[in-house]
Structure formats: C-alpha cells, structure tokens
Design a protein around this ligand. Structure first.
Ligand SMILES: Cc1ncc(COP(=O)(O)O)c(C=O)c1O
Length: 382
C-alpha cells in the first residue's frame, strides 16, 4: 500500500526523474536492443519486446494506480484481453458478462472458442446466474462494470466471492471508470484490464491496453506472454499514457461534473427515453454505484424513437462528434447498433436491449453549458 494519495500517485508513481540526466519526464527509450555488459549480463534490459525502460515506468504507474503488484502494457485493449486468456487451455471455461464490449465477444466467439475454451455469457448483475454458471472447469470470470452501453453494474465483491469459492479468478475491464473511480482489486478482483486508449491516455491520440495483476504468477504469466506473443505497447505510446495519467484525476473531476449535468438535463427531456447513467437515483443500481464506485463517470446512453431520429441527432450535433470510442477530452456521441455493437446480430442486440435509436455519449471536459446547449439544439432537430 502506498502512503500517497491518488493525485500524488498519478503525478509521481513510476515517473521519478531520469537517473542519468535528471529529466523530470520519463524519456522515450526508442531502442529495440540494449548493449549487454558481458555474456548473460545486462543493465536490466536486453531487447524491447521483453522489457523497455519507458514501458517499465508505465507498468509501475499502472500497478500503483490500481493497487496491484504488477502492470503489463499491450498494443491495444484487445491485445490485453487476448493476453488475459492466452494461458487458458482447451477444456477451460470462462464466465463473461453478457453485456460486454462487442469486441470482447468477437474475440471470444471467433478466436478463443476455436481453441476449445468454452465461453458462457451471463447477466453478471444477477448473482444467482453467476453462481449457476460456475463449473469445476471455470477458470475465469470476466466482468465489465458499468457495461456498454446500458450501464448495468456488476457487484465486484460479490462476484469475486462466488468465483473464489469455485477456484476461479475474476478479471474486471475497468475501462469505463478508470482507476480514478473504481478499484476492482480492493473489492476482491484478481486482475484488472484496461483499454488505455480511453481515459488513461485521455486525449484520443493513441491505442493501448493493460493488465494489472495481484499474484507472483500473474507477473510470470503476463511477462511470458509479452515476450512470447509480442503484443507490447511501443515506448512512444507508453510516454503518451504516462503523460495522460498525470492529469487523470483532474480530467476525471471535470468529466464527472459534466456527466452529472448532462444526465440531469437529459433525464427530463421529452424526446429522451431509457437514459442509462448510474449517477441518477432512478438507476436501479444507484446504491451499488455509490457503494463500489468513487464517482459515476461520464458515460451514458439513451434512446430516441428510431434509427432515423438517431441519424438526425448525430447530423445536428456541433460540439459533440459523431465518433466511436470514449474517455478523451472531447465529447463524443455514437449510434450503438452500428458502431460498438455493429458486429452483434440484430437478434442479440434486441435481447441485450440495444435498439436502433440508442445513442451513447462520452462526455468530455468542455464547458458543460455549451455541451447541454449542443444537445438541446440537436434534440430539437430530431
Ligand atoms: C470497455 C472496453 N474494453 C475494451 C476495449 C478495446 O480496447 P482497444 O480499442 O484499445 O483495443 C474497448 C474499446 O472500445 C472498450 O470500450
């Protein structure tokens, strides 16, 4: 446990001055290979796929922010999820949140299942369903909370208890809230996963992913996967995420404030229905959000009446950009059925409750009055 508070960690964890020059920013070590000091001896690094000084600093920072014992940075969030499941074996069983990022479903159904690993999608907000899904061969329960785009919460502590009683580990995709607003490891999870592409980078100018573990075998396993499979984050991307992390607490404060203001505006708008945002008292899991989160985040989604209404809204927005992704300083709006869930069949989307009018918002750090005025005029155009 670090003696420092979160904002201090964000600025300083892994980000001490360069021992060689005193540079206060972590240098970008653009070197694929490192001079050895003899046969079988080195200065800590030999080849950048196995380890790079800039990546080491980011991995230290990520572990500190999530309260884990090791951090591992990958090329993308999907590469991190691939690494998470790379050590499972044929015959193993994964329980996965049903309402999970569609890219995770694509990876699991179209690639991972081909290795003989069984994946079972469960409504993990329903603890009885999680308990019922556990099998002797269940190795991993992978959850995403809040979920995308319906903002359904899973009780991390309760799921960890169930999984551990059955000898399985719990991994949490913490991308939507960032380590600033949710600490899955403190709630009993074993591994945290991030798409650093989102809030950790924070500026929509890079792709990356991370795994943060809690046990010596996680470090051993993820280091091996980095070295053997090779999907490691480049030194420059690591620098961008390190730079982003320094302002994470400040950015999140503004994201949060704007998120609440926008949600309050949308909640009473006549053209908006089924607003999903865990910070509203009307959200069925508001109490769980208060209990397990340190804030409500700035992701939300709502329904318009049809795909045509959604198209008119997305054409009319001026500050919000019609774009996929989330967690950057700029506000984004996207049509869930054709973007994040475009690869999911209509039937599955219907089952999930994602209709053709569903719009997801990622609220940025612009002035909240400007954002609300933009939404107001775009809804007027609907
Ligand atoms: C919740 C969540 N997890 C994982 C990913 C995948 O991350 P990446 O795009 O960095 O591969 C995304 C991307 O949108 C996401 O939203």
């Amino acid at each position: 446990m670090s003696p420092y508070k979160y904002s201090t960690l964000a600025v300083h964890a892994g980000q001490h001055p360069d021992p060689l020059t005193g540079a206060v920013n972590v240098p970008v070590y653009l070197s694929s290979t490192f001079e050895l000091t003899g046969i079988g001896s080195d200065r800590g690094w030999d080849y950048s796929r196995a380890g790079n000084p800039t990546r080491d600093r980011l991995e230290t920072a990520l572990a500190a922010l999530e309260g884990g014992t090791c951090g591992h940075a990958f090329t993308t969030g999907m590469a991190a999820i691939s690494a998470l499941v790379a050590m499972l074996r044929s015959g193993d069983h994964i329980v996965c949140s049903r309402d999970v990022y569609a890219g995770t479903v694509r990876l699991f159904d179209q690639i991972v299942s081909g290795y003989g690993i069984e994946i079972e999608y469960v409504d993990t907000s329903d603890l009885a369903a999680v308990e019922a899904a556990m099998k002797p061969k269940t190795k991993l329960v992978h959850i995403e909370t809040p979920s995308n785009p319906l903002m359904v919460l899973t009780d991390i502590a309760a799921v960890a208890k169930i999984a551990h009683a059955h000898g399985a580990e719990v991994s949490v995709d913490n991308t939507f809230l960032s380590p600033a607003l949710q600490s899955p490891l403190a709630l009993g999870a074993d591994i945290v996963m991030h798409s650093t592409t989102k809030y950790l980078n924070g500026h929509s100018d890079g792709l990356g992913g991370a795994l943060i573990g809690t046990k010596p075998e996680h470090k051993e396993r993820f280091l091996l996967i980095q070295k053997a499979a090779g999907g490691v984050m480049s030194p420059f991307e690591c620098f961008l995420v390190l730079r982003g992390i320094k302002t994470l607490p400040l950015r999140i404060q503004q994201h949060e404030e704007n998120g609440r203001a926008v949600a309050e505006f949308l909640a009473t708008h006549a053209k908006v229905s089924k607003l999903a945002y865990p910070g509203l008292k009307s959200h069925p899991q508001y109490d769980l959000a208060v209990k397990q989160q340190k804030g409500f985040g700035s992701m939300m989604s709502f329904e318009l009446k049809s795909r045509e209404e959604a198209a008119r809204f997305l054409t009319a927005i001026k500050i919000f950009l019609n774009a996929e992704s989330l967690g950057g300083v700029e506000s984004l709006a996207s049509h869930s059925a054709t973007t994040t869930h475009g690869s999911v069949s209509e039937e599955v989307r219907q089952r999930m409750g994602i209709n053709e009018g569903r719009i997801r918002l990622s609220i940025g750090i612009e002035d909240k009055e400007d954002l609300i005025a933009d939404l107001d005029q775009a809804l007027e155009a609907v």
